[in-house]
Design a protein around this ligand. Structure first.
Ligand code: ZN
Length: 354
């Protein structure tokens, strides 16, 4: 909590310097035209603040030079956060008015065990795998989704959801990279398997904009043993180093990227890239999978940029944490924390006095 406060204080300080139109006195003296603009800006602010149009006022407050990644991930990114604005975020509303944005920090103790949550059933057909491509923000493995060949069901979901694609988010170094965090712990990377509700919607694009349209499985990656199946992906990366490059990818079953433990958290949230639609039922697996450091290093050889452009390494492609607001994170499992407390035997009188 303390780190979050620190971040907000810094953000607030940056806002005040713009929104309150505070500029050094020497600037005002040197440039009367600039001073006039600042006065007009200040008056406009007062009008907007007094009007019922609070949403407009909030937009007025957005400092346009603000990084897409303010330091709301203080523990992860404060020291070396990327201040460059990725083109993906340039036209985005960086302060969404929504109340169910993602990613979030999952507080283990605040999540609520829901015995009604069924096990998640995953059924992927490896032949539906199409290709892997660099979209300029991550690398995506896409699937044929015109029929119900690769679907998930159960868990918190009312319908079958078809697999559309999977991709990863990762950091510049192993100390951070995941979008979600657990008790403020960052993982070096996070896998997202994106599915859409083909019962309620005609296509992925429509589903992505509506409530209950998408279901995304999130899997944390932690450092450990070399992952044989991840290596199949890593082997394709030299072919898609630049933005908008694509290579065919043969038969692949992404269930091999799932942890063995069935436990998960679930909550209602949003896309973590523009348009940030609040259409996602998130299913975050509790157990991470292991990958080797050199495999993550291969992720970092990709580029955000196209051929011929100044090269920018594809790293830190995650969105900062968003406030939980009025949401509950449900778990499919009893809290280990509580169980551990209960399992601890109380010392008997004889043990205390011996
Ligand atoms: Zn993602």
């Amino acid at each position: 909590m303390a780190t979050r406060f620190c971040c907000r204080r810094e953000q607030a300080a940056r806002f005040v310097s713009w929104g309150e139109a505070q500029v050094p006195a020497r600037c005002l003296g040197a440039d009367q035209d600039f001073k006039l603009k600042m006065v007009m800006l200040s008056r406009l602010r007062v009008i907007l603040q007094a009007s019922p149009c609070r949403a407009l006022w909030r937009r007025f407050q957005i400092p346009r030079s603000m990084s897409a990644r303010p330091c709301s991930l203080y523990t992860c990114t404060y020291k070396t956060r990327n201040r460059d604005l990725h083109p993906l975020w340039e036209s985005a509303d960086l302060v969404p008015a929504g109340e169910r944005q993602s990613p979030i920090n999952i507080r283990w103790r605040d999540s609520v065990y829901d015995p009604g949550l069924k096990p998640l059933t995953i059924s992927y057909d490896p032949t539906t795998c199409l290709h892997v491509w660099n979209n300029g923000y991550s690398f995506l493995v896409e699937f044929e989704d015109s029929t119900d060949k690769s679907v998930i069901e159960g868990g918190p979901l009312e319908h079958n959801y078809r697999l559309k694609q999977f991709h990863f988010h990762w950091g510049a170094i192993d100390a951070w990279g995941s979008e979600h965090t657990v008790d403020s712990k960052c993982y070096p990377a996070e896998l997202h398997l994106v599915h859409w509700n083909a019962v309620k919607f005609e296509n992925f694009e429509d589903a992505a904009q509506e409530e209950n349209g998408l279901a995304v499985i999130g899997v944390f990656l932690k450092l450990g043993k070399h992952h044989k199946e991840v290596q199949k992906l890593v082997d394709t990366l030299p072919s898609i180093k630049h933005k908008d490059t694509l290579v065919e990818f043969g038969s692949f079953d992404p269930s091999c990227l799932m942890p063995t433990c069935p436990d998960y958290w679930t909550y209602s949230g949003s896309l973590t890239t523009p348009p940030l639609s609040e259409s996602v039922t998130w299913i975050i697996k509790k157990q991470p999978i292991e990958v080797a450091h050199d495999q993550l290093e291969q992720f970092r050889t990709l580029l955000f940029t196209s051929k011929g452009e100044t090269e920018k390494r594809m790293v830190d492609n995650f969105r900062p944490l968003q406030p939980l607001m009025n949401r509950t994170v449900r778990s499919s499992f009893h809290h280990d924390y509580v169980l551990n407390m209960q399992a601890k035997p109380k010392p008997s009188t004889s043990q205390v006095t011996s």
